[in-house]
Design a binder for this molecule. Structure first.
Ligand SMILES: [Zn+2]
Length: 250
């Protein structure tokens, strides 16, 4: 039985019994962690608020070798992003980012880069950053942390920088094809020049700076669609479907 501790952000929680929850965290140094939190649903529990989605905690847990489920021993809440609970749109976006990470990472998977990316997204939301382009930026940065950075500088066929025309992105190879090279790829998506430029710019920024980028709202769906398709193709997992409704359970 190992005793472990770390800083961790709550990705989600679900009831386990009348008094307990199963809580999924993204820890700073130990990837995704899933724990039984005993007694936290009872009225006497003091850690309840710390187990809401996006809350940050210092947690201590025990775990048997080979088990994917540990037991929470201590939970000290270090940060609650207040704005998320007052701003519906901010919470909707935060919930989506938490769910994406929960789906993409298996238990024990994830690096500190994932933690820092999530934290800087939450900090940007807390600071009132616009939410329109955020998911696209997050997905691109996530691809980068996974070593799946799309190649957007040159057309893969003619090696010329695509101009103002619409290019195509091959989601199998992560490469771009310009309009002059019509040879179709098996799985491709159209990207307008503005979207290509915005994506290139995002990928140049650090996780701390990336959410300050501004681009036309109309490019958002293209960027998200492209990053999502690439991530799904290589991650082998279906991302949760987008909806206009917050599905966070309080
Ligand atoms: Zn070309």
């Amino acid at each position: 039985m190992a005793i472990l501790s770390d800083e961790a952000i709550v990705l989600g929680a679900r009831p386990f019994s009348n008094t307990s929850l199963i809580v999924t965290f993204l820890s700073k140094g130990q990837g995704k962690v899933r724990l039984v939190a005993k007694g936290v649903r009872s009225a006497k529990s003091r850690v309840g608020v710390g187990l809401e989605p996006a809350s940050e905690n210092h947690i201590e847990w025990s775990r048997r070798t080979g088990s994917g489920l540990g037991t929470m021993r201590k939970c000290e809440t270090t940060r609650v992003y207040q704005r998320l609970w007052k701003d519906y749109e901010a919470m909707r976006v935060a919930s989506r980012l938490l769910k994406i990470l929960d789906v993409v990472l298996n238990v024990d998977e994830g690096e500190s880069a994932h933690f820092w990316l999530l934290r800087s997204s939450l900090e940007a939301l807390e600071a009132g950053a616009g939410t329109a382009g955020m998911e696209g930026v997050f997905l691109l940065m996530l691809l980068k942390t996974m070593g799946l950075e799309p190649g957007l500088d040159y057309c893969a066929a003619c090696e010329i920088k695509p101009g103002s025309e619409t290019a195509r992105f091959d989601i199998a190879t992560g490469e771009l094809r310009c309009a002059r090279c019509p040879e179709p790829a098996a799985r491709e998506m159209r990207l307008r020049a503005g979207a290509v430029a915005a994506m290139r710019e995002i990928l140049r920024l650090s996780p701390e700076k990336c959410f300050s980028i501004r681009f036309a709202a109309s490019l958002g769906p293209e960027i998200i669609g492209c990053a999502e398709a690439f991530l799904q193709y290589h991650g082998g997992k279906s991302l949760p479907r987008r909806s206009g409704h917050s599905s966070v359970t309080r």
